[in-house]
Each structure stands twice: as structure tokens, then as C-alpha cells.
Design a protein. Structure first.
Length: 174
């Protein structure tokens, strides 16, 4: 099944433009159409978020919230997570991502960038999920939603969790 874009195209002898439907009868919106352009632009709003958005909000109850959400469990399997770090330390016992206050602050800044990127991808995926549901591809919409939770929502929560840990550690050393 091939899918053609439904961009508005002029047809000779036609006064306006018309959408060209996909082979399966569904019309697939073109990225050049206004709504998709605005939708894509909205996906990059996280690039404009102020630094206040990235401040750690967790207090005394934070650890219980992260545990209840499964973030600490997810941390085991993530890039630079517990299992990866454990394997790296087998070959180099001195391996540490965060070694001191300077590396902690640098890592927290890196985590902000990673969170921002995952927010952009989350919004892009939400557009795709909404379109899949709109054209009746409910199986794809469900699959994309589940994968979006794994590949974007949990990494966002993990970055927030890690920044909170770094903030508490830096406060404790001061």
C-alpha cells in the first residue's frame, strides 16, 4: 500500500486545487498545509521554555512519587543508567559520570538539554498519534502511544529525577 501526500495541487483545467487521496482512500495531510506547519512549529515550543521550568520541584515526598511512577526502575535500563554504569565500572573502577560539584552542574545542564529534546519528540509523536487516530489507524495510534511513553515520557521523568538528586547532593555538600 503506497501513501501519497494530499498536498493541494493544481490540476490543468481546474480553477482551484484539490487534494489527491492516498491509495487506501485516506487523505494524508501534507506538511506544507497550514495546520501541519503550525502543529510542527508548536513542537519546538520546548526550545523556548525558561530555565524556571527545569527547576526541581520535588520535596520530601519526591522519592515516593518517583518510585510510584516507576522512574527508579526505568533508570536501571536507561542510557547511563544503573546497569550501564555497573558494566562500565567492571572495566574501570574509577568510572563516574558525576565526580565532583563541577561535573554535577555540567551533567544537570546536559540533562536539561536531553529533557528539552524529549519534549520536542513527545509533541511530534503526539501529532502523529492524533493523525493516526483521526484516520482510523487505532492500532498504530495505540502502538505509537505506548512507545512514546517508553521513549519520551519516562526519559523526561528520569531527567527530572536525576536533576533533583543532583540538586540535593549539591545542597548537601555546600
Amino acid at each position: 500500500m503506497s501513501v501519497l501526500c494530499s498536498c493541494r495541487r493544481s490540476v490543468p483545467g481546474d480553477r482551484g486545487s484539490r487534494a489527491i487521496p492516498a491509495d487506501d482512500g485516506h487523505s494524508v495531510p501534507c506538511l506544507l498545509e497550514g495546520s501541519w506547519t503550525w502543529g510542527l512549529a508548536v513542537c519546538f515550543v520546548p526550545c523556548l521554555l525558561p530555565s524556571a521550568y527545569f527547576r526541581s520541584w520535588e520535596g520530601e515526598r519526591g522519592a515516593r512519587v518517583w518510585k510510584a511512577l516507576g522512574v527508579r526502575w526505568f533508570k536501571r535500563f536507561a542510557t547511563n543508567g544503573d546497569l550501564v554504569n555497573r558494566l562500565a565500572r567492571r572495566s574501570d573502577r574509577r568510572y563516574r559520570i558525576v565526580r565532583d560539584g563541577g561535573s554535577a552542574r555540567a551533567w544537570a545542564e546536559e540533562a536539561k538539554g536531553a529533557e528539552r529534546n524529549h519534549l520536542v519528540f513527545l509533541l511530534m509523536a503526539l501529532l502523529t498519534i492524533a493523525h493516526a487516530a483521526r484516520i482510523g489507524w487505532y492500532g498504530w495510534a495505540a502502538f505509537l502511544t505506548a512507545s512514546n511513553v517508553v521513549f519520551n515520557v519516562y526519559p523526561i521523568l528520569l531527567q527530572r529525577y536525576n536533576r533533583g538528586r543532583i540538586a540535593r547532593t549539591c545542597r548537601g555538600r555546600s
